[in-house]
Write a protein that binds this ligand. Structure first.
Ligand code: URA
Length: 205
């Protein structure tokens, strides 16, 4: 810890994760191997939100550890960040069978976990990786093709932050065009990361 991390954040995240590990609020608990709660810094420069765990994440219990995750690591590196400096999680914490898009009911059942993560982490900047995260966080439909690369004010479950919209890194794996769009978006993001103070001031006593 140290480095100005509010002292109870680690403990609050640990408690919330313990709750998620026992969650049976939707049918996905029946098929999961591991719950993928989220990982990274408790005092992050930014929070990244993906869609849902895939096969590798389900096996390891960690977000973005497969091919899309490797690409995400390289995008972070391109803006001078390591995943240990950010916090990475998903819209839903358990793998949908066959990696299908999560249903609205699954997203709704899992929403309190994401809301509480945001409340604990209090990020100034959040990155929505793809449509599912963007739509869930903004509470309205988002067209990533036309809206990627934008910063939007967002209030999610009582926590306010700037939301940056971009493609899901998996979209880059089979499309060079999407890959360059993501790289361009990240260079925009990097500029904000370099020029803004992104850690919240600690609460005043
Ligand atoms: N895709 C996601 O949205 N999240 C992961 O953790 C892995 C792949």
């Amino acid at each position: 810890m140290g480095n100005g991390t509010p002292p109870n954040r680690v403990e609050l995240l640990r408690k919330l994760e313990a709750e998620a590990l026992n969650c049976r609020r939707c049918g996905l608990h029946l098929g999961r191997k591991k719950v993928v709660f989220g990982s990274g810094s408790p005092n992050p420069k930014l929070v990244m939100v993906g869609e849902a765990p895939g096969v590798n994440e389900d096996l390891q219990g960690l977000p973005f550890v497969g091919a899309a995750g490797k690409f995400l690591d390289s995008l972070l590196e391109s803006i001078g960040l390591h995943r240990s400096e950010v916090y990475i999680t998903n819209t839903i914490k358990c793998r949908p069978p066959g990696n299908r898009t999560p249903s609205p009911e699954e997203i709704e059942a899992c929403r309190p976990f994401l809301e509480k993560q945001m409340k604990i982490l209090m990020p100034k900047l959040v990155v929505a990786l793809g449509r599912t995260a963007a739509t869930t966080l903004l509470g309205k439909g988002v067209n990533i093709t036309s809206e990627h690369g934008r910063f939007i004010g967002c209030k999610f479950g009582g926590t306010s932050f700037r939301l940056f919209l971009t493609y899901h890194p998996a979209a880059a794996l089979y499309s060079a065009r999407n890959r360059s769009k993501l790289q361009e978006d990240f260079s925009k993001l990097g500029e904000i990361v370099r020029t803004s103070s992104l850690e919240r001031d600690p609460p005043q006593p």
